[in-house]
Design a protein around this ligand. Structure first.
Ligand code: C5P
Length: 397
């Protein structure tokens, strides 16, 4: 619930602005108070009247409105909220934020505030993928701004791809997570999860049986303790949890890239079952069956994401947690793996088929750290996740 919370909602000028009306309704349903602000461009898409009617409050539009300055200066307006949400955050608004501009009410509020900020980007796929937007996004993340979405899908401009604003329900969950008080409030934690798919040709790939269940449960448990979670997932069976920033990838190389751009974080939990090898030369066209000839696949080693992050000289997360799925000599192998990878903790489990752990509901793990081995009893994957999240909270306190 969001009772007693105030959201300052900055509506940017994009076609997705129509979704901000639904967003206001959903936030109010949860008990939040919403102070709306519209940029000049936003007013071309939605009217201050409809925004204000839904919010049940004045909609602010102008920096130089003297009455507003008398009633509530822009500095004050930016600080009374528990959270500032920018939805839709257009490419232009993101650029202004990253550059520190303050030439209208919205950008001035964002500059003047000491309140946490969340953005829901929405723009054409080319604009989203443009190098300038990539740079601005990295800057904003580095400044501690939370990002929800964008989603992939059909866009109003007729193109398909990432750039669609997250749905109002998703944004509300992210707001709820951002305002959840807990021991991990203010901490940004990265979780990798699921398998990776390593392409052979446009229709075939190499995969593994990871369901993503444990990684998903860990991300949910960390978010419920108030952490800002960046959830980088391969193509998993388990749907991602609500209230986390989901980055969907396919291959190990893409996962590494996503991890690098999610940094800095306070902690990283590397639960993904990353493929050890990829096909050295992915075929650009479907490999054809040829009489009597078998295709030969040459492999190349994938980057070890956990080892690379663990070895970082500058900006290494304070706590790096890896997993070891073993079928024999679990503790000995996992202990050696912790040293080899350079991570702080390893959660080791026995994934021999007879344990039913891979793809199952339960897990029996051992927490291996510098100070030794701790055996946890067999329990549900969500309980393992809760216990791990609590331990992480203690370690980061
Ligand atoms: O596959 P392996 O047993 O080496 O995995 C151990 C740990 O290393 C896991 O936490 C996994 O997420 C991580 N890993 C990784 N990148 C790889 C291989 C494994 O991050 N290429």
């Amino acid at each position: 619930m969001l009772a007693g919370k105030r959201i300052l909602l900055i509506i940017g000028g994009g076609i997705a602005a129509y979704k901000s009306l639904e967003l206001i309704r959903r936030l109010k349903e949860r008990g939040a108070a919403v102070t709306p602000v519209l940029t000049r461009a936003a007013q071309e898409f939605v009217t201050p009247l409809s925004v204000s009617a839904l919010a049940g409050e004045k909609a602010y539009t102008d920096l130089f409105d003297l009455t507003d300055e008398a009633e509530m200066g822009h500095i004050n307006l930016s600080r009374v909220a528990d959270l500032i949400v920018v939805a839709p955050a257009t490419a232009d608004l993101m650029a202004k934020m990253a550059g520190g501009h303050a030439d209208d009410l919205a950008s001035t509020l964002l500059m003047a505030t000491d309140t946490p900020v969340m953005i829901a980007p929405a723009m054409n796929v080319r604009m989203w993928e443009h190098a300038a937007t990539r740079r601005n996004l990295a800057t904003l993340k580095g400044d501690g701004i939370r990002v929800v979405g964008p989603d992939k899908g059909d866009m109003a401009c007729g193109e398909f791809g990432p750039g669609r604003m997250a749905e109002p329900g998703e944004i509300v969950e992210a707001v709820q997570a951002a305002l959840t008080d807990g021991p991990l409030k203010g901490k940004r934690i990265l979780v990798t999860s699921g398998p990776t798919h390593e392409p052979i040709d446009p229709v075939r790939y190499i995969a593994n049986r990871s369901s993503g269940a444990q990684g998903t449960a860990i991300a949910a448990a960390l978010a419920s303790l108030g952490a800002e979670v960046v959830f980088i997932t391969g193509p998993a069976d388990t749907p991602p949890p609500e209230g986390v920033d989901v980055i969907a990838v396919q291959s190990a190389a893409q996962m590494l890239e996503a991890v690098e751009s999610a940094l800095p974080v306070n902690a990283g939990v590397f639960a993904a079952a990353v493929a050890d090898w990829r096909v050295k030369r992915e075929s650009g066209s479907k490999i054809k069956k040829q009489d009597g000839e078998l295709p030969v696949l040459e492999f190349a080693e994938n980057p070890d994401i956990l080892a690379q992050v663990s070895a970082m000289k500058a900006g290494r997360p304070r706590l790096v947690v890896g997993f070891a799925a073993e079928t024999d000599d679990v503790i000995a192998n996992a202990t050696a793996k912790r040293k080899r990878k350079g991570c702080d903790w390893i959660l080791a489990n026995d994934v021999s088929p007879e344990t039913g752990i891979m793809g199952g509901e339960e897990n029996a793990v051992h927490l291996i750290s510098e100070s030794g081995v701790e055996d946890w009893p067999r329990m549900g994957k969500s309980e393992v996740a809760r216990k791990l999240a609590e331990r992480i909270a203690q370690a980061l306190a």
